[in-house]
Ligand binder design. Structure first.
Ligand SMILES: Cc1cc2nc3c(=O)[nH]c(=O)nc-3n(C[C@H](O)[C@H](O)[C@H](O)COP(=O)(O)O)c2cc1C
Length: 191
């Protein structure tokens, strides 16, 4: 990692076309501050976790995602909230990645945000996701927290985030993630 450029891999916890979380990550691409480049990754195409499938060989979408995470300086995850928790499709992707050696989230700088139609903006799901990353030894940034409530009112028909306040919060999160990543770089270089 150069001191000037932080490469952030952005992963949405929703694979649907009109995803509000994917919309917030597309906004993050546009809002990235100088010295930060945000690239959209995907958890699409990952099969349901099955130890028998894994024994036969790690599926290609899992390997590709692990490589993308390994190549990134940091990861930004936008999670929906399903029934007060992490959507199964996101947890399933993380479960696959957690069985790899090397495990791609270990010591990786990570930031979490999320968009929901509810009033708490995925707060409950985000705290569950933080708990999962404890076991994976990811370096999850504490603050700022970006919880995008009533997100369907902040995105236009073309799937573009139009709310300036939310945009400022996302940009602040990216600035903080870049600082968090730079702070951890010397320790990670010694690993
Ligand atoms: C199975 C299911 C459970 C949901 N549970 C919650 C919930 O607990 N809290 C909430 O705020 N929204 C909940 N929602 C609504 C989501 O916030 C909404 O579908 C959101 O658009 C999902 O994110 P996405 O647009 O990125 O796909 C739920 C939606 C689904 C499909």
């Amino acid at each position: 990692m150069s001191s000037a450029n932080i490469n952030v891999l952005a992963l949405s916890g929703s694979v649907r076309q009109g995803s509000l979380n994917s919309a917030s990550l597309r906004a993050a691409v546009e809002l990235a501050p100088e010295g930060v480049r945000v690239t959209l990754g995907s958890i699409a195409g990952i099969p349901l976790y099955d130890e028998d499938v894994r024994s036969a060989g790690t599926p290609e979408p899992v390997t590709a995602l692990a490589e993308a995470i390994a190549a990134a300086d940091a990861v930004l995850i936008a999670t929906p909230e399903y029934n007060y928790s992490i959507p199964g499709v996101l947890k399933n992707a993380i479960d696959w990645l957690s069985r790899l050696d090397p495990q791609p989230f270990a010591r990786k700088p990570v930031a979490i945000m999320g968009a929901s139609m509810g009033r708490l903006g995925t707060a409950r799901a985000q705290y569950h996701l933080r708990q999962v990353f404890v076991f994976l030894d990811a370096m999850v940034m504490n603050k700022p927290e970006v919880m995008i409530a009533a997100a369907h009112t902040l995105v236009d028909d073309a799937g573009t985030l139009t709310d300036e306040t939310t945009g400022r919060h996302i940009r602040s999160l990216l600035e903080a993630l870049a600082n968090h990543t730079r702070l951890l770089a010397p320790a990670r270089a010694r690993d």
